[in-house]
Structures are given as C-alpha cells and as structure tokens.
Ligand binder design. Sequence first.
Ligand SMILES: [Zn+2]
Ligand SMILES: [Zn+2]
Ligand SMILES: [Zn+2]
Ligand SMILES: [Zn+2]
Length: 202
Amino acid sequence: MSLDTLSITNPDTLTPAVWQQFYRKTVCVLFGHQVNNRSFEASPTHLNCCSCGVEFLREDGPETRISHTVSCFLFGHSYTTMGSRHDHVEFVCRQCGHPLLFGFELEDFYTGKETFQKKVRYLCNLFGHRRVHKVAERGGLTEYACHCGHSFLKRKVRNAIIRHPLICLFVGHYVSYVTRRNGYAEFVCRSCGHTFCFVDRM
Ligand SMILES: [Zn+2]
Ligand SMILES: [Zn+2]
Ligand SMILES: [Zn+2]
Ligand SMILES: [Zn+2]
C-alpha cells in the first residue's frame, strides 16, 4: 500500500504501516535501494524485493540503483571467503556485497582467513586505484584488481589508474546482472565498473 490519493483523501487509511512504507519508498527514491547480504541471507524467500516493496536486482530486469552502505565506508567491510578463480582469492562483504580480490602470488595477510574486517582504502578512493593488474576477460569486459583488493569490470582501460567517478558518489551505483557463482549473483555498475555480489536467492 502506498501513500496514494485514496490514502490522502481518506485519513483513516493513513496507518503507521502506510507511513513506514511511504518513508522507505522515499528513502529508496532519494538514495537508491539499500542492499544487505545479511538480510538477503535471512529471508531467502523474499525473492528480489527491496524493503520498500519494489522488485529489484533482477537477472533479466532493468538496472537497479543501489545506495552506498555508510557503515561499511566508515567502519570497514566485513568480509567472508567466496572462493577462488583466475589465480585470485575472492572475498565478499557480508553487508554490502563489495568483493575483494587478491592474487595468489601476493600472499596477502588476508589469504587463508575465513572472515575479517577491512577498512576502505581511503587513498585509493580519493586519488584513484594505482597499480591495477588485469585479472580476466569475461562478459565482454576486462576485470582489473588493485593491490588494495578492489576490483573493476570495465571496458579496457588505457592507463593503470582507475578512479571512482563522482556521479556514483552522488547518485549511487546503477547495477545490472553479470553472472552467478559460489552461491552469489554478481552485478556491475555501468558508470564505474564496481561489482557487487549478493546472496543468490534463486
Ligand atoms: Zn527500495
Ligand atoms: Zn561492505
Ligand atoms: Zn586500490
Ligand atoms: Zn558506480
């Protein structure tokens, strides 16, 4: 139920539940839909439906505008192991779906850990990811990873610095489906190439 003309003309229908739903819808319209792997995990039957009531993150549907997860940005992502591929170990944030890719050869501190907390690398966010290397060609795009673990799925880049475009900072990411693996559905942002992996509820 939404705060439609009927509700406004008939105050009896303006229940707290209607206001709550109206508030959720307004937040999603302003900032994009909120994503949370923990709630996706907890409600596997709520197939691709945001708490605002809108169907989203569809494999065959239109792009979904997702908002930034402020708690991850401020306090760090909470990663869990997702699997390994293309000579890299892949982790995924249990909250926002942010992936993390480390090459085997890097023998990174995190490799071999089941779960861990990792802060956003603010320098890379601010000045761009330097020292990116190619991971794979897939879905007609090229996947790159920075030494900080951030990965991107983009058309070929000319130089070795990948920046986060301001448009995504201000409006959120417009993501569409790429593929599924290891129990997750992967989506990519059309503007920045940032990928997100969400608990697969198919
Ligand atoms: Zn929503
Ligand atoms: Zn996160
Ligand atoms: Zn980086
Ligand atoms: Zn983006």
